[in-house]
Design a protein around this ligand. Structure first.
Ligand SMILES: [Zn+2]
Length: 415
């Protein structure tokens, strides 16, 4: 059955301009036609979408399905059993779909929940975005993933943590081999600390170049790309040189880092919306003013560096890192808003990072654009986010979501 969505503003996400008065025809699981309504072929059902904008399904390139209102190592893992995390992941998956995210890359989970979610969603057991999954975040002692004080856990790993700690290149290779055995699409590792772990701040380097290279070499041999958390200045350069496919956060990115990323021809997922949320909502969550003030200085520098990275021709992909108390699930919509508000991208440029570019970098090869022959992952937004990007985050802005041609969330109201 063909369903024609007509008279809308259609954003094809191919790099071409949006079509005013455009039509998208869905035929089963696929898109069969995109163009001006005047030229549209006949269809079994026609729905007038005047006043609305049609996008390809959104992609969050940096999701953690298990994050639900987390704020520190205690809420990330200690206080919650794995069973709770699995239920949170299922609830979050549905929430993301309702907000237009038809695909996500999960870049760090507990146990093997992301792979399990991927398979359950693919089998139709649960509603949710299609998932490209990684397993736990491969980390080192004293690194991002070594989150609890030494007087409690001294070089001791426990079941169901968010991270897996390795020591040296051979253990790093072992972890990658096991993650591949367990079904991952991506391998996640870290090269720097994080604001989340008071024992390993964001500006501290963690994994050695030898360990990072071992992770990338072993994963590459098995056809799995590597996604790397890298906030500190040198971690960005090391990760790029080691062979990762995407750099996450890149907070202390400098010109040497930009050059290393360009030389490696890889993408950055800056998660700016997360840092903006921390700046805006930190005080109300009890973060001391001096910490928020220091954060704001770093945040401004980060945004400027990411703008320079864009100007240098580096591909940005939109990822949220959401599910935190200060930044709930679905933060990918805030992420693209931050590209307009902080980086001065046009709304159209920002939307490409959440559609075409995220799809091609993450590996959703049949999605990311509205073109005949693509999977019918389609989002209808009420209003004109290509004029005012904040339309996306307005209550009720995301009106209808199709996933593989099936109405997955919202209602198809038409006019
Ligand atoms: Zn993350």
């Amino acid at each position: 059955m063909q369903l024609a969505l007509t008279n809308a503003t259609v954003f094809p996400a191919t790099g071409d301009d949006a079509i005013d008065g455009g039509t998208v025809v869905l035929d089963g699981e696929m898109i069969s036609w995109v163009g001006p309504t005047d030229n549209a072929p006949p269809a079994d059902e026609v729905v007038d979408c005047a006043g609305k904008t049609i996008f390809p399904g959104f992609i969050d390139a940096h999701a953690h399905l298990v994050y639900d209102d987390v704020s520190d190592p205690y809420t990330i893992e200690l206080s919650r059993p794995l069973e709770r995390a699995a239920i949170d992941a299922a609830v979050n998956a549905q929430k993301l779909l309702e907000l237009g995210f038809t695909s996500v890359r999960d870049v760090g989970t507990r146990g093997n929940i992301a792979v399990t979610m991927r398979d359950a969603i693919a089998a139709g057991k649960l509603p949710g975005p299609r998932v490209k999954a990684s397993k736990q975040i491969i980390s080192v002692w004293g690194g991002l993933g070594d989150m609890h004080p030494t007087h409690i856990f001294k070089r001791e790993q426990y079941a169901a943590a968010l991270t897996e700690i390795v020591s040296g290149p051979w253990e790093a290779r072992d972890a990658v081999r096991q993650h591949v055995k367990d079904g991952v699409d991506w391998v996640k590792c870290e090269a720097s600390g994080t604001g989340f772990n008071p024992l390993c701040p964001a500006d501290r380097d963690t994994m050695s170049l030898e360990e990072l290279t071992a992770v990338c070499d072993e994963a590459g041999e098995k056809g799995r790309p590597v996604v790397c958390h890298a906030e500190s200045r040198r971690s960005i350069i090391k990760a790029a040189k080691a062979g990762v496919a995407t750099i996450e956060h890149a907070v202390y990115l400098d010109d040497e880092g930009i050059q290393a990323v360009l030389d490696a021809d890889i993408a950055i997922c800056p998660t700016l919306g997360l840092y903006t949320a921390f700046a805006k909502k930190g005080p109300e969550f009890g973060i001391p003013p001096e910490i928020v003030a220091a954060h704001n200085v770093t945040h401004e520098k980060h945004a400027k560096a990411i703008r320079r990275a864009c100007d240098a021709g580096i591909t940005l992909i939109a990822g949220s890192d959401s599910g935190l108390s200060v930044f709930p699930q679905g933060g990918g919509l805030e992420e693209v808003c931050s590209y307009v508000e902080l980086l001065d991208l046009t709304p159209a440029q920002a939307m490409l990072t959440m559609t075409r570019d995220a799809a091609s970098v993450v590996g959703f090869d049949d999605a990311g654009t509205l073109e005949a022959g693509r999977r019918a992952d389609v989002v209808i937004v009420d209003g004109a986010p290509l004029g005012d990007i904040r339309t996306l985050t307005r209550e009720g802005g995301i009106e209808t979501v199709f996933q593989g041609g099936v109405l997955a969330a919202g209602a198809l109201t038409g006019n």
